[in-house]
Ligand binder design. Structure first.
Ligand code: HEC
Length: 490
């Protein structure tokens, strides 16, 4: 290690500003990376924090600093980020209200699309490279419009149930509502300081935002994004928590929120037609489901009865029955599954789920009746996203990490075997696919500043077209998302 020259800075604040501020914010309140405050680091022991800073964190943008910063300075940086700020800016109801930006009053724009296309076969493609999104015609694969988004979008954009509007959340708390018919951002509001993601209710009336900072959930009116309610996230003893993720469970008329720092999952009802057992029938009442383990990211089964999530330190998975209100099974998942991107399908008469693993070169296939792993499909490297469609016999899985990140596997859903491996752009990361509404075409991202969107015929697996894009990450088909296709996340 003698030939490595370290920064000689002794001033820890300067060291932080030099190496960390660009992602975690000058004042540690978060930016592209999460806020670094003792309030938000409760689950991370200092030893682990040293490891994260020295070696980075797999599957995230957190880089390794062992070659740039000495062990002693890393230790000092850890002490620094565990020191409380003298003052954390308040971001409550008043601050949220004051941030409201109405670009176009609801009702002031026309109700007819200003362009011609199948409005349900459109895609929004997020281009992280330069903070833009492209609206794409899913029949002709021609871009319709490219527009600027807020800085560093986080979590998938979500559509209104009719598919006309799309809602975006950025890491720094901005929520934007975009009118696809008129190609305009209509309203925006800053709902938090450091935000995880958002969900749109099944009735299209409300938006729920999950925050890392402050520790709360914010309910917005979906029409104009006016704040309706700020829900502090705390357990019965007053211990507060970040929100790991929020999703909508439309058949249950509820939102589900996973919490990062307390072992509970919350069901939040957005209308009155719910569970008779709940006494408080006011909107947005909370049902606390106590767990014996933390729940990080998760996915639903197609009936929205079960959630399959990762547990403590991501060592195992857990299955929670939302009707019973407790855990019903453990999942054998040791490779850090990326559950939020897993998918389900019928295999030999039973439902199975497939999940890529961030730390293992295999895809786990789990029988959803017994919750046992029935197969591990070996891959060329750890993966991040899997996708399929009801009308396709194939499931697509990327190799997101390691030397083979240029590869994408295509799996036959009937044999659970890899039938083809594509390497569409040698040396560049090929990642995240999404099907069109009919399951006839597949869109694949070459996740690079000098990237592309590649369109394939979903049956012949032949390439049809390439469109240049700036680090295209997720793409979201209106029909598949609003109809909760089992081949994608929702
Ligand atoms: C290029 C952007 C980037 C830079 C630069 C960066 N980080 Fe990070 N960091 C991230 C992201 C993104 C995460 C969140 C990873 C995740 O999702 O688990 C993270 C996570 C962390 C975590 C773990 C937080 C937790 O709650 O588990 C710590 C600690 C951390 N960073 C410290 C630092 C320090 C100290 C520096 C400077 C030496 C630094 N980071 C520089 C992007 C960055």
């Amino acid at each position: 290690m003698s030939h490595i020259s370290y920064a000689t800075t002794t001033n820890i604040d300067a060291l932080y500003q030099q190496h960390c501020a660009s992602c975690h914010g000058e004042n540690r309140l978060g930016g592209m990376g999460p806020a670094l405050l003792p309030e938000n680091l409760k689950r991370l022991r200092k030893k682990k924090a040293i490891n994260v800073i020295a070696n980075g964190r797999a599957a995230t943008q957190m880089p390794a600093f062992a070659n740039k910063i000495s062990a002693k300075d890393i230790q000092s940086l850890v002490n620094y980020v565990y020191t409380p700020l003298p003052y954390i800016p308040k971001w409550g109801m008043n601050e949220i209200k004051k941030s409201h930006l109405i670009h176009f009053k609801p009702g002031s724009l026309g109700d007819k699309p200003v362009f011609k296309a199948d409005m349900l076969n459109l895609f929004i493609v997020v281009e992280l490279g330069d903070h833009h999104a492209t609206l794409l015609d899913g029949d002709r694969f021609e871009p319709i419009h490219r527009f600027k988004t807020r800085f560093a979008l986080h979590g998938g954009p979500k559509y209104s149930p009719d598919g006309r509007y799309v809602y975006f959340a950025s890491r720094d708390g901005w929520i934007s509502k975009y009118d696809i018919y008129n190609l305009k951002t209509v309203v925006e509001i800053k709902a938090g300081i450091n935000t995880r993601n958002l969900a749109v209710s099944g009735d299209g009336k409300s938006v729920l935002v999950g925050n890392y900072l402050p520790h709360n959930l914010v309910v917005l009116d979906a029409e104009n994004l006016k704040p309706i309610k700020v829900i502090p996230v705390k357990d019965m003893n007053g211990k507060s928590s970040r929100v790991s993720a929020v999703y909508t469970a439309t058949p249950r008329n509820s939102f589900i929120a996973a919490l990062k720092d307390i072992p509970e999952v919350w069901e939040i009802y957005y209308n009155d037609k719910h569970d008779k057992n709940i006494e408080d029938k006011t909107n947005f009442s909370i049902r606390r489901i106590k767990l014996d383990d933390y729940l990080d990211d998760f996915q639903f089964d197609q009936s929205y009865t079960h959630i399959m999530g990762t547990g403590r330190n991501n060592k195992n998975g857990q299955v929670i029955d939302l009707n019973l209100g407790h855990k019903v099974a453990d999942l054998e998942l040791t490779g850090l599954p990326h559950l939020a991107s897993g998918i389900t399908w019928q295999y030999k008469g039973k439902m199975i789920m497939a999940s890529p693993n961030i730390k293992k070169s295999e895809i786990s296939i789990i029988d959803m009746t017994t919750w046992k792993t029935i197969k591990k499909i070996k891959t060329l490297g750890p993966g991040f996203f899997m996708r399929s469609h009801e009308n396709s016999r194939y499931a697509w899985a990327d190799v997101f990490f390691g030397p083979n990140k240029e590869a994408v596997h295509i799996i036959d859903k009937e044999t659970l075997e890899i039938v083809k491996t594509l390497k569409p752009s040698p040396g560049k990361n090929a990642a995240h696919v999404e099907f069109d509404r009919y399951g006839k075409h597949v869109l694949l991202s070459v996740w690079d500043m000098d990237g592309e969107l590649i369109i394939y015929d979903a049956n012949t697996l032949k390439e049809i077209k390439r469109l240049p894009m700036k680090k295209p990450s997720g793409k979201y088909n209106v029909f598949n998302k609003i109809n909760r296709s089992s081949g994608t996340s929702h």
